[in-house]
Design a protein. Sequence first.
Length: 357
Amino acid sequence: MKGVTDMIDLRSDTCSRPSTAMRQAMANAVVGDDVYGDDPTVKALEAEVADLLGMDDAVYMPTGTMTNQVGIRSHTEPGDAVLFDQSAHVYILEGGAPAAFSGVLPRLLPGVRGIFTVADLDQAVGKPHPFFPATVPAPLRLLCLENTHNIGGGSVWPLDALRDVTAAGRRHGLKLHLDGARLWHASVATGISERTYAENFDSVSVCFSKALGAPVGSCLAGSAEFVTRARRFKQQIGGGFRQAGIVAAGALYALRHHRQELGQTHANARRFAERLASLSGVEIDPATVETNIVRFRLKTADAAAFVEAAHREGLFLLPSGTDSVRAVFYLDISAAEVVKAADIVAQVLRSMPHRKA
């Protein structure tokens, strides 16, 4: 088995490591106590994120799960219903937190690669009728979107579709939250600014430890009143930092210096997908690889056995169901490693017994 330093780790873009310059920025950070609101580096990060997204304010937290879940809690009360795409990260991959932390009822939308339509939303909301008591169903309060969409393979919401859906949400009286953990990727892929995407929402969560390669943290942005309420729930859920400027400095460095490098990760992901498309044992359409996430299906091999065999050869991937695999590209992965990773996939597929149909 390969050692950690020899491994091409494509499990997630969270596996990136801070650069030398980022580490230096963290070492030199001016700090205070964030719980008391006097850490100057945290305050600088929050102000810069709020300005970038066109929001009044932002609050820094340890993780994207926390910013999403504090966002949901800040918009709702226990017993409310929230609309999610059926494969949304906040619904599938955050430990059941909407139910556990906010006490909300998930209502699911039939998204395709994470993208749903106005008709889907209208159908889910329905039309009230005076014969049916309004107190019977859980009141719908919030609509959540994800851009880019993780389980959708890094898919990007088309701006017109996003505007149509959020306008429909407003028409139904819903608050709007964007899980924008990888919003930076959407902006680089389309040339549309983060502020333009964010202007359709009441709150936006963005992450620094995925696309941007910082070691810790995400921000939740919104109106001044909303962020004040969110700070209460951040503290309640255990998100109070002390000298957080040390890690906020890494996020601030990433925000200022790493966004322009994301196009290379998209090119690497597409190059990997194109090489996989030539393998007879893999099903993938490279045209669906819009950003940095590659999801592919194994035609005859078992996903769990495949990723274990690939790991022994020096390639770390994640299974996704019984026959699908995920690979995520980020700033640390070189063009040479893309080629080597594809070669390992081909080598492992040749050596594996075929799954019975």
